[in-house]
Design a protein around this ligand. Sequence first.
Ligand SMILES: N[C@@H](CCC(=O)N[C@@H](CS)C(=O)NCC(=O)O)C(=O)O
Length: 201
Amino acid sequence: MKLYFAPNSRAVRIAWLLEELGLEYELEKYTVGDRALRTPEYYKIHPMGRIPVLEDGGTRIYESGAIVQYLLARHGNGKFMPDVNDPSFPEYLQWLHYAEGSIMGQVNILVVETILLPPEKRNDVNVNRALKLLRVALGNVNNRLQDREYLTGTFSGADIMTGHACFGAMKAGAEIDDYEHLNAYINRLLKRPALEKARSL
Ligand SMILES: N[C@@H](CCC(=O)N[C@@H](CS)C(=O)NCC(=O)O)C(=O)O
């Protein structure tokens, strides 16, 4: 398998899962904002010039959530996701997709408004709105974790997606100091050797 990867990006999610599953993979490494992602050659790999992309034999797939679902369905041997007939399956899907659906949009706004834009173009209204929406989205995760270690009980693909998004939100400046269950959860995830490895690539 080949993973189109950049450090400190959503591609870490996929390397993390590949490590958790003990699957062999090679990396094609970029950096976020790399000009090489904006070339006609790379647009053939990902039409918007993004990472991650996974190649597996003749299959090529992008969107980190879809890649996690793909890897677990094709190569997971039942690990890290409930069976489709298990009562927890809908909740698993909900928390798997929560990352991109309810967290990362606001994280993107924070990154643009606090890092990428030059100071004279930054907009406090956008920043404050993103922070407010993240308080709500991450508060929901914090509540979810008050009586469980992982989002659907045992560690799953949902933790790779939404756990990583929570970590990204924290790094982007989301206010979570008082969310004790969420902080404990992020620290629990950061201690997993597979994530440590993925973050060191
Ligand atoms: N929803 C997509 C988002 C992909 C995305 O925006 N990736 C960012 C990195 S986290 C990227 O490729 N940035 C590189 C760039 O824009 O230069 C996913 O989950 O895979």
